[in-house]
Design a protein around this ligand. Structure first.
Ligand SMILES: [Zn+2]
Length: 242
């Protein structure tokens, strides 16, 4: 199945020199307007996973809007625009970073930013947003030892479930990085689906534990965004990677 699973990190008017992770609120608003005008409905990854298993139907034009790292600035800059557009999103939180900051970037010259806390994530969930795990410590899972893999996948899930007092069923690989052992650990931990970035699958949903996402970049023009949503682009990406 080919549908756009959009990947964002930070929505902020503050530029983020040298990184591809910050989209301005203005560009984000234009992108949401495009989605609305073209009849897209936002769905959760859990809904998508059920549809892939034949247990649910999807709206005619579906989009999944995802945010990695659960930055607190989402509440200020993305949440109001999404709400006004009638959309919900999926937020991937680092279990050890709730209410803290992006400690995994310390010393890398990346701006320090506060991460959403437990109450804020629970409030989003109450509004129909989906909260997923982005690992325990944002470790790169590829090549990790089995015990560390278990902690990053299973323990992050139980920690988030305890914090939110509700099930956490989806995962996103930090840095989009995974291997066969990481994929197996995510499945073993009981998640329904996991997001990668460019797993090289033949379709977006060919592997529910390595879903392909569309990386929305700060440099994308309106035309680039429209192109990245097209069925042609989603299928072509698959061909290119095969
Ligand atoms: Zn991340």
């Amino acid at each position: 199945m080919n549908l756009p699973i959009l990947m964002y990190h930070r929505i902020s008017p503050q530029p983020d020199p040298g990184s591809d992770l910050t989209v301005t609120p203005g560009a984000f608003q234009t992108q949401l307007r495009y989605l609305r005008e073209h009849g897209y409905a936002s769905i959760t990854l859990e809904h998508l996973a059920r549809a892939c298993r034949g247990e649910a139907r999807l709206p005619r034009r579906s989009v999944v809007i995802t945010f990695d790292d659960a930055y607190a600035s989402l509440l200020e800059h993305a949440h109001p625009l999404l709400t006004r557009s009638g959309y919900t999103a999926t937020v991937f939180a680092v279990a050890q970073a709730l209410g803290r900051h992006n400690f995994w970037d310390d010393g890398k010259g990346v701006p320090r930013e506060t991460c959403l806390g437990r109450a804020e994530l629970a409030a989003l969930q109450g509004q129909g947003w989906e909260i997923g795990s982005h690992g325990l410590s944002h470790a790169n899972l590829a090549g990790l030892a089995p015990e560390a893999l278990r902690r990053e996948t299973a323990d992050s899930r139980s920690l988030l479930e305890e914090a939110l007092q509700s099930p956490v069923n989806v995962f996103a690989y930090p840095f989009g990085s995974w291997d066969a052992a990481a994929r197996a650990a995510v499945a073993q931990a009981g998640y329904a689906a996991a997001c990668a970035i460019s797993p090289g699958t033949r379709s977006v949903t060919a592997d529910l534990f390595a879903l392909r996402r569309v990386y929305v970049k700060p440099t994308d023009s309106n035309g680039d965004f429209a192109r990245k949503l097209s069925g042609w682009y989603l299928a072509y990406r698959a061909l290119k990677r095969r």
